[in-house]
Write a protein that binds this ligand. Structure first.
Ligand code: NAI
Ligand code: MG
Length: 497
């Protein structure tokens, strides 16, 4: 086998051929400098394989390919053909669901059940945007009988897309769907922790029949390839999901290069509020899912839990019991709910937060330590007696760590919920319709869930208020991130100037 493929094995699929090169112009290639980096399995802490690392030179080559496709083949592809290609790609994701999900579990550590759900959502998202491709419409605007005015929603051009490791394939789908439907071309960089599934997906892009250069997928590091994308003079737009600190750096790079358009989907510290009249059993279930889903590695994780004083003790006891029942372990076991954190670095960051919670005097109700003796596993952890100033109540932990505080009045909890630099999501649990609507309308967040959590769907826009981001992903709203308006004014007659 050439050095652009590795023979790997998963418990679900057996042996498979893993591409390891950079996917540029529909081919896997080595980087110009022939650099590679190691990919680690977070369950075993062992190296899975090495993949090519993109440097600035490779970004240049990928951008040139994307530009050529934008001006050439993709420009000549009709909207309907773009829709057909996206639909084919969605079908191929479903056809290869077992492989894609297994590779995701292998590289990211998420449970195979969750990974299968992710791949289903990937297909759904891509198919949905395939449906939009031939429905991107302008307007005719009647201003004067002497003139004919119309608008066009045109693509931006070459889009740089930088994605994180928590949902490698799903973040890819959210990014490429609206960009391709609207006629853009792409250089997408996967996260250095999880490059494998994107490369398997790249094979499907070619199989679906996309012209070369339309979608280029490269592996590499943020400070090298990521920085090259955000400061590139020939990239028209950069879309990013990840940390707020890197989001700021990307916006600065965009500003000081060519003022490329920027959309950001950043962190969160989302409040999850339980009122006295809530169905406590249901609330426990949603709070558990809200914080521990994907091992807490969710931008919208419900990491600040506020419980009204009348049900506080009852809720905490039931939630503790529930958290202790979560199955932590081998991601390939079909009953596993929580696998390892993605990397040693993330493991260390989270353990640092757990230590700070202990040092600042919060109470560990359950968890608070390592799970097992191999792999980056952390016990589902609940802190109570958490005060508003504590670090674990203020900062995004991005792990299976929940901070709980008691509240008395609705007014107080709205104030607490909104007292954050973030504003990605929020949730509340109540049987009272008026409370539900009043509080939802008062919470400064891009998404509010009532009596549920994490109910994301490709038809529904998602994105952040405040420092949680700029722009919206998913739904019709995402199309706006990838099109620009052109107004055309045609003179039909009338006086000359
Ligand atoms: P990160 O923001 O460093 O990484 C995300 C992506 O950005 C990766 O593809 C990375 O290569 C790229 N990147 C890093 N530095 C860059 C730069 N200077 N220019 C361009 N691209 C760059 O996040 P990291 O270190 O993996 O995780 C740190 C924290 O970020 C997490 O603990 C969590 O709080 C937050 N995070 C939030 C995510 C979200 O879904 N909103 C996803 C991942 C992380
Ligand atoms: Mg990995």
């Amino acid at each position: 086998m050439s050095n652009l493929f590795a023979e790997l094995k998963t418990p679900i699929t057996g042996t498979y051929k893993q591409p390891t090169g950079l996917f540029i112009n529909n081919e896997f290639v080595e980087g110009v400098d022939k650099k590679t980096f190691e990919v680690v399995n977070p369950t075993t802490e062992e190296v899975i394989c090495s993949v090519s690392e993109a440097t600035e030179k490779d970004v240049d080559i990928a951008v040139a390919a994307a530009r050529k496709a934008f001006d050439g083949s993709w420009h000549h592809t009709t909207p309907q053909q773009r829709g057909v290609l996206l639909t084919k790609l969605a079908d191929l994701c479903e056809k290869n669901l077992d492989l894609l999900a297994a590779v995701e579990s292998l590289d990211n550590g998420k449970s195979i059940t969750m990974a299968r759900g992710d791949v289903g959502a990937v297909a759904g998202c891509i198919r949905y945007y395939g449906g939009w491709a031939d429905k991107i419409e302008g307007k005719t605007i009647d201003i004067s009988p002497d003139m004919f005015h119309y608008t066009r929603q045109e693509p931006l051009g070459v889009c740089g897309q930088i994605i994180p490791w928590n949902f490698p394939l799903l973040m890819l789908a959210w990014k490429i769907g609206p960009a391709l439907a609207t006629g853009n071309t792409i250089v997408l960089k996967t996260a250095e922790q999880t490059p494998l599934s994107g490369l398997v997906f790249a094979q499907l892009v070619k199989e679906a029949g996309f012209p070369p250069g339309v979608l280029n997928i490269i592996s590499g590091f943020g400070k090298v390839a990521g920085a090259a994308i955000s400061s590139h003079m020939n990239i028209d737009k950069v879309a990013f999901t990840g940390s707020t600190i890197v989001g700021r750096a990307i916006m600065k790079a965009a500003a000081s290069s060519n003022l490329k358009k920027v959309t950001l989907e950043l962190g969160g510290k989302s409040p999850n509020i339980i009122f006295n009249d809530a169905d406590i059993d249901a609330a426990v279930s949603w709070v558990n899912f809200g914080i521990y889903y994907n091992h807490g590695q969710c931008c919208c994780a419900g990491s600040r839990v506020y419980v009204q004083d009348g049900v506080y003790d009852k809720f905490v006891a039931a939630f503790k019991k529930r958290a202790e029942e979560n199955k932590v372990g081998d991601p390939f076991h079909h009953e596993t709910f929580q696998g390892p954190q993605v990397s040693q670095l993330q493991y260390d960051r989270i353990m640092g937060y757990i230590q700070s919670g202990k040092d600042e005097g919060a109470t560990v109700e359950t968890g608070g330590g390592r799970h097992g003796d191999k792999g980056y596993f952390i016990q589902p952890t609940i802190f109570t007696n958490v005060t508003h100033e504590m670090k674990i109540m203020q900062e995004e932990i991005f792990g299976p760590v929940c901070a709980i505080a008691k509240f008395h009045s609705e007014e107080e909890v709205i104030q607490l919920g909104n007292d954050s630099a973030y504003g990605l999501a929020a949730a509340l649990h109540t049987k009272d319709l008026n409370t539900a609507i009043r509080v939802s309308n008062s919470l400064r967040a891009g998404t509010v869930w009532v009596n549920c959590y994490n109910m994301l769907h490709h038809q529904l826009p998602f994105g952040g208020y405040k420092e949680s981001g700029i722009g919206r992903e998913l739904g019709e709203a995402a199309l706006l991130n990838y099109t620009q308006n052109k107004s055309v004014a045609i003179r039909l007659g009338g006086p000359l100037f």
